[in-house]
Design a protein around this ligand. Structure first.
Ligand SMILES: Cc1cc2nc3c(=O)[nH]c(=O)nc-3n(C[C@H](O)[C@H](O)[C@H](O)COP(=O)(O)OP(=O)(O)OC[C@H]3O[C@@H](n4cnc5c(N)ncnc54)[C@H](O)[C@@H]3O)c2cc1C
Length: 565
């Protein structure tokens, strides 16, 4: 399951997609670890990568919907976008970030009805441009209702834009910056385009110390006409949230890429380091840490891949991707952090060395749960899906692996962002009941108690307003959906029973930790505490299976990948 760039084996329905992945791998392997690390330390703007993607027309091929594409290979295809994310994360989050914020900048454009801007965008992509998404402001953080960027109508029907944006990636060099703001006389939301080269566009500074340019910029009497407007009112608001729905999915993939590279580096180091006559990989706790790290990465990947199938088949009648995509953002990224912690406990001092990929990974992996909405914000959102998920399932046709060459049109026509609590899901028992494995069975029992607790000791009004309390419930619910999609995808990717059961070993333990946390909450009632205690379970011990997973899957990866120096 793990990406090994030197043995690339992902299947694609077309040659071009595979070529893009292989060329990108080749670019980074030729650049080499030493140069990647030097550029990281010196905070060098990655013009080499941008030149490379321009020459190979990579952003243009992957990020132009076929309707606007210059070649037949252009389409917006989440299946291949996933892997490109993963490869960039694998080599360095800085490279991923310039691509990611381009995706965000393109969101309001492809969602707009402004054909002229769309045609211009396709041309800019073809010419190798990057893009930017100007949503955040210094004083308002996640509170986009309070945006102060303002378009003031002029007598001749044009507007003047005034205001500042903060934390905006690529806003130094983007071909187009998509700006979110309000119209002064009506207070309507608006998305409009701006050009960093314009004299009224002041790129004040980079607010972060990294290879990325994360800008604070100012528009001062910047002239805007209707031709620059992407959307207004409800459409502009929906474009902001729907763009984040598309973009936040990528954060999980960056996390998968980072965790995978760090895993190879840590395993190679530990397996070749001899202490007191034994290899580090022989210590019992190191075995457990590697098994947990590996199974967590496989689970992250299975879940995120399966979510792509639901994103690619989404429609106004099937909005299940909203739950799964949010879970990729919050669960997969926090799992990535956990993987790094396991690996760091193994390699200890090595993880601080300046020449390692790991030192970069340990720093960068932390960004992913925190940006584009914190875990809290996403779990608060996820809780809205919980009632229908457990108590009001609907019938849906089965969704297969989606690796076709279709455009993911719906992602740009997601429509209203309201009504999350009305979204329905297929019955999670279908997946769980299709498997009879010891740890999956324990987890089914934990789920049954959790569901019983939701009815028998449901959160009272105060608890429902308490995000801290809801966060733990949301994490427990997320784990149920996480396990469900992992089982669904284990069939598609033919994951063997040993490995699947070992994944549920950590899922059972993690669920028990959440139950303990919920038990300890200030407001938990006696009845809720009783249920929590029932939810704390131990995975089934099967040492032979554990050793098989350790040797056949985990330690089998020793020395199978090493980046070119
Ligand atoms: C490196 C980097 C790159 C970035 N790139 C971009 C970019 O390209 N474009 C862009 O527009 N922005 C970008 N951002 C901004 C980023 O998305 C911000 O994190 C976001 O604007 C939220 O603001 P904040 O982090 O200051 O948190 P705040 O909004 O100040 O949140 C503070 C706390 O309040 C909590 N909170 C907030 N709202 C809620 C809620 N509704 N429910 C529960 N808790 C809540 C949060 O969980 C958090 O703990 C970037 C930021 C960084 C650091």
């Amino acid at each position: 399951m793990l990406l090994n760039p030197k043995k690339h084996n992902r299947k694609y329905p077309d040659e071009k997609s595979k070529k893009i992945m292989l060329k990108t791998i080749e670019f980074f392997e030729n650049k080499g670890k030493e140069k990647i690390k030097d550029d990281d330390h010196e905070m060098v703007w990655y013009s080499d990568f941008l030149e490379f993607q321009k020459k190979e027309e990579i952003f243009s091929t992957l990020l132009t919907p076929s309707e606007y594409g210059s070649t037949e290979d252009c389409r917006w295809d989440t299946y291949r976008i996933c892997e490109f994310n993963e490869i960039l994360g694998f080599y360095g989050l800085a490279y991923w970030y310039t691509w990611q914020v381009s995706i965000l900048g393109l969101g309001p454009i492809w969602m707009s009805k402004n054909e002229e801007v769309k045609l211009k965008t396709a041309k800019l992509l073809k010419d190798g441009a990057i893009f930017a998404f100007g949503l955040s402001e210094k004083e308002h953080g996640a509170d986009v209702y309070s945006s102060e960027m303002m378009l003031t109508p002029q007598k001749d029907g044009t507007y003047r834009a005034n205001g500042e944006k903060y934390y905006i990636g690529n806003a130094n060099e983007a071909g187009i910056v998509s700006n979110f703001g309000k119209i002064a006389d009506t207070d309507d939301y608006v998305f409009f385009t701006a050009d960093p080269k314009h004299e009224k566009y002041d790129c004040i500074k980079n607010v972060c110390a990294s290879q990325n340019y994360v800008a604070n910029y100012k528009l001062e009497d910047y002239p805007i006409t209707e031709a620059d407007i992407l959307s207004k009112g409800r459409d502009a608001w929906d474009a902001a949230l729907n763009t984040v729905n598309v973009g936040k999915y990528n954060l999980g993939w960056a996390s998968v890429g980072i965790a995978t590279h760090a895993f190879y580096e840590a395993l190679n180091h530990a397996a070749n380091r001899n202490l007191y006559g034994n290899y580090v990989t022989d210590f019992p706790h190191v075995k457990q840490l590697f098994v947990d790290a590996y199974t967590r990465i496989v689970a992250m990947k299975l879940f995120a891949l399966r979510t792509s199938d639901y994103m690619r088949t989404a429609s106004l009648k099937d909005r299940r991707y909203l739950l799964y995509g949010s879970a990729v953002k919050n669960k997969v990224t926090t799992q990535g952090v956990q993987v790094i912690m396991h690996l760091w406990d193994v390699i200890a001092a090595k993880g601080f060395e300046k020449d390692t990929y790991f030192a970069m990974a340990a720093r960068d992996i932390q960004a992913l749960p925190r940006l584009e909405g914190t875990v809290h914000v996403n779990v608060a959102l996820i809780v809205k899906f919980m009632f229908n998920y457990f108590f009001n399932p609907a019938e849906f046709p089965e969704i297969n692996l989606q690796m076709g060459t279709q455009d993911d049109d719906f992602l740009f026509e997601q429509g209203p962002t309201r009504g999350l609590s009305k979204v329905q899901f297929h019955d999670y028992n279908i997946a769980y009941n299709s498997v009879d494995l010891p740890n999956v069975n324990i987890f089914k029992e934990q789920i049954a108690v959790f569901k019983e607790a939701l009815v028998g000791a449901s959160p009272d009004k105060d608890q429902q307003r308490d995000i801290d309390f809801l966060l733990t419930i949301g994490e427990m619910f997320t784990l149920v959906a996480y396990g469900q999609l992992i089982i669904e995808n284990a069939k598609i990717y033919e994951i063997d029973d040993d490995l699947l059961d070992q994944i549920f070993d950590f899922i059972v333990r993690d669920f028990s930790v959440y139950a303990t946390q919920l038990h300890g909450k200030q407001s938990s009632t006696d009845k809720q505490q009783e249920y929590c205690i029932k939810m704390i379970r131990k995975p089934v011990v099967d040492m032979e299976k554990y050793e098989r997973v350790l040797n056949n899957h985990v330690y089998a990866l020793k020395d199978t990948y090493k980046m070119n120096e």
